[in-house]
Design a protein around this ligand. Structure first.
Ligand SMILES: Nc1ncnc2c1ncn2[C@@H]1O[C@H](COP(=O)(O)OP(=O)(O)O)[C@@H](O)[C@H]1O
Ligand SMILES: [Mg+2]
Length: 122
């Protein structure tokens, strides 16, 4: 038996379990502030396959939220800046996509539930 996720349209297609869906490769994000440059994300790598759940744990300030915001394309740039790396969605680098292409993915294919979820959801 083959389990699939996502079957909403032909363009997105079905992916077999185990096929990489989201890959973060050597991601570097920094902030340029008046006080200098803060290197928030330094070479993050992870991959999430179709049908897979990934939990990222780390101490406060280690870059979890900045990584997630960069994936979503909602990080304010400036002050944020991606200096290196790739974020592949179905093999395509989202960092090189147009705003229009990213908008089609954001919310429909990749969504974010913010920290204070109980106040945001009913
Ligand atoms: N807008 C910003 N300007 C400057 N530094 C920032 C900004 N946002 C986040 N940072 C810094 O980036 C680092 C990672 O933060 P964050 O991703 O929020 O950590 P986590 O979610 O793992 O607790 C921290 O050092 C934080 O201070
Ligand atoms: Mg956080």
């Amino acid at each position: 038996m083959t389990t699939v996720i996502e079957n909403n349209n032909q363009k997105s297609g079905r992916l077999e379990v185990g096929t990489p869906l989201l890959e973060v490769k050597d991601l570097h994000v920094e902030f340029h502030t008046r006080d200098g440059v803060a290197k928030a994300v330094n070479g993050v790598n992870y991959s999430v396959a179709a049908g897979e759940t990934l939990a990222v744990l780390g101490e406060s300030g280690s870059g979890k939220s900045v990584t997630a915001q960069t994936i979503m394309g909602i990080l304010d740039m400036p002050p944020g800046k991606v200096t290196q790396g790739e974020i592949l969605y179905r093999g395509q680098d989202m960092l090189k996509m147009s705003n229009e292409e990213r908008r089609k993915i954001r919310g429909r294919k990749i969504a974010m539930i913010f920290q204070d979820a109980l106040s945001a959801l009913n």
